[in-house]
Write a protein of this length. Sequence first.
Lengths: 307, 249
Amino acid sequence: MKFSEIDASLLSTIANITEVPSGAVNIRKDGQPLIRMSSPNITINPKQDKPGIDVIVKPGTKGESVHIPVIVTKAGLQDLVYNTFEIGEDADVTIIAGCGIHNDSHQNSGHDGIHEFIIKPGARVRYVEKHYGAGSGSGKRVLNPTTIVRMGRGSYAEMELVQIRGFDDTYRKTMGYMEDKAYLKIVERLLTHNEQKAQSEIEINIEGQDASAQILSRSVAQDSSYQVFKAAMIGKAACTGHVECDSIIMGNAVIKAIPYLVAENSEAVLTHEAAIGKIAGEQLIKLMSLGLTETEAVNTIIDGFLR
Amino acid sequence: MLRLEQVSMSVNQNNGDNKEILHNIDLEFDAGKLYAITGPNGGGKTSLAKVIMGIYGLSSGRIYLNDEDITDLTVTERARKGIAYAFQQPPRFKGLTVSDLLKIADSELDIIGLRKSLRDVGLCPEDYLDRDVGPGLSGGEMKRIEIAQVLARRATVSIFDEPEAGVDLWTIQRLIGIIVNRYKDNPNNTAIIITHNENVLPICDEIIVLEEGRIRSRGTYEEIWPLIRDEIECKRRLECRGEMGYEIQ
């Protein structure tokens, strides 16, 4: 199958796809399935009661990946999708998601993706969700992803949530519920510019003994953009949790970073670090002394920071 | 090669007054020679290096590189003309790796070149190439990585600001060997080393003693060492007694 130029550009940016990938795939375009393929170990079924899919990974599946990108190119479309992922015991898989919106019109386009992960005991998941907006229209590009993660005993999940430019309004909500010895790491990277607004709220409930969670956020706010980052780590058992939010602020941007810790067990160890600051002058001078212009130095620092 | 004519530099103080840090400095640095700049704390050594690199502006005077007036050039332009500066306290970068910085220093460096750059400064490439130039590195490691970047620049004029600070003795000897091989008698390059290290001073063709923003004396090691030996040895004794900080700029 050959993608259109716009589709190919969006898919390449959000999911590194240049052709139909092997394995389980679900590509959704303008609210409809464009490509849907299951693999012997990973089944993708449409939901019967609402838009979206169920992705079922058989227990013990190792080294396989699932691609489920969404693209929106139709002006005025507000896409809403519910996806559920059930990762069988002792499976080890990578899930590549993401949303690309191309809007050349004056009407708003948007995508609300509600993802629920049920990670069975001993399973391991690496989840990458990258968002990208493009197009020359005055209509807004709006993105409101919700992610719910339910982790069984001894399960492991690494979630990388990336949004670099392109969306006018974003409200992201992420919830986690962890049983004994589960490990969850959420890495969020965000860059806003112009008048963009982005709000991210994360709440991790560590309910199991010896479970461990980390929330790491790196963000850059340029021009007159506005960011709010709220991260709550709630320890309900003997567990460890760490929240780290680190932001570069530029121009007339506003950043609010609100780490929030709740310990409901005396054996819970919860920590947080938060920092907001501009790019240090000595960093710029250092890179300029290696031959970069000031603009190149700024871009190099931001690219590295958000890598 | 590099010429400073009547260079003065001032800074604004908290009370709004100007304070002159460098006073009418005249200096010439020739190709193929190694220069040491030494002198007491606050003498203006790092300020002089930053003036040459363009980080600090002049209040008066001119700077010439190969007879071209570079006084009004930016830091970037001077770097591209062939001036390199190893910072005394290099900044850290979240997310940029050692490999990233070396490739910015020399975009033509391949993996063999990257590895050699690190080995030259006594760092194991496997352990460092992919590491962030962030809080995880010690001061000594940062210093060696900084020197590796300047060596990778292959600049016409390379300035090393206290290369020995925070670096172990074995590595200092190694760095001295590399600097001598690279710069001594090389008709295209010159190196200026800001130092207090008595092992570095003898390898230099000329030593310039800067004090209170003025050149107090200059000459060969044989001429200058007897004049400054007592000061350096006195400082070392004071350091050993813990009466001074470790910084003996």
